[in-house]
Design a protein around this ligand. Structure first.
Ligand SMILES: Cc1cc2nc3c(=O)[nH]c(=O)nc-3n(C[C@H](O)[C@H](O)[C@H](O)COP(=O)(O)OP(=O)(O)OC[C@H]3O[C@@H](n4cnc5c(N)ncnc54)[C@H](O)[C@@H]3O)c2cc1C
Length: 196
């Protein structure tokens, strides 16, 4: 990093090139602490492997939260899902299995964060998104991004101060709705109509 008076002005690459900037965001990622599970002989693969009952490869041991790699049936994948709602969902899965109760209904992954006056709400994960459609007014700070797969099925909705789009987006993803970009962007079409 290069800078003056404590402020970054650029990033110098190994080959000598300078990329000017006035801010630098450093993303270092995360690694699951799976040592304890490995020592116990539990299967891990970039996280402790669990099923939809939060059960590990040892049927008597459960694991939940950031340290696990869990199935996402809607997307036909497994993933480490680092969020509070995921930890809560897996807690319900584990508690149901331990108590011999039916598993809770699967949830669509969702995330939220409040950043000053911006409420960020995300539902779904855009694994196979081919197109991003804006609904709402970006300049006004109230909008949502709809991520569509190539067949028009909505994969994820990222909402900024747009709770209606977030809530409707959850129903749309759950119902695997196929939508066109024009219909999503048309604010005369209500979220209820999009989801029905
Ligand atoms: C900066 C930041 C911002 C975030 N913002 C959001 C957000 O806006 N929304 C959201 O949904 N999620 C957010 N997250 C993610 C969220 O915090 C995690 O997904 C969630 O806390 C995971 O819960 P957990 O119980 O799996 O793990 P944790 O909450 O990390 O709890 C694990 C606990 O285990 C303890 N522990 C670890 N090793 C041992 C050991 N060997 N023995 C005993 N105890 C041990 C740790 O000290 C810790 O208390 C954020 C995370 C970070 C770091």
């Amino acid at each position: 990093m290069e800078g003056t008076d404590g402020t970054v002005t650029g990033v110098r690459l190994a080959d000598g090139r300078l990329i000017p900037c006035d801010a630098a965001l450093i993303g270092v990622g995360g690694v699951a602490n799976e040592e304890l599970a490995l020592e116990a002989g539990i299967a891990c693969d970039g996280g402790i492997l669990v099923d939809l009952a939060a059960r590990t490869s040892d049927p008597d041991i459960f694991a939940i939260g950031d340290c696990t790699r869990r199935p996402l049936p809607l997307y036909n994948r497994t993933m480490r899902l680092e969020s509070v709602p995921n930890a809560l969902e897996q807690a319900k899965q584990a508690a149901s299995a331990i108590c011999g109760r039916p598993p809770p209904a699967p949830e669509i992954p969702w995330f939220w964060s409040d950043q000053y006056d911006l409420r960020l709400q995300i539902v779904g994960i855009p694994f196979d998104a081919a197109e991003i459609v804006v609904r709402g007014d970006i300049a006004a700070g109230k909008f949502a991004l709809f991520h569509l797969a190539v067949d028009g099925i909505v994969q994820a909705v990222e909402a900024v101060n747009a709770s209606t789009e977030f809530m409707g987006g959850r129903r749309i993803i759950q119902r695997r709705r196929q939508l066109t970009a024009a219909r999503i962007a048309d604010m005369n079409v209500t979220m209820q109509e999009l989801a029905s």
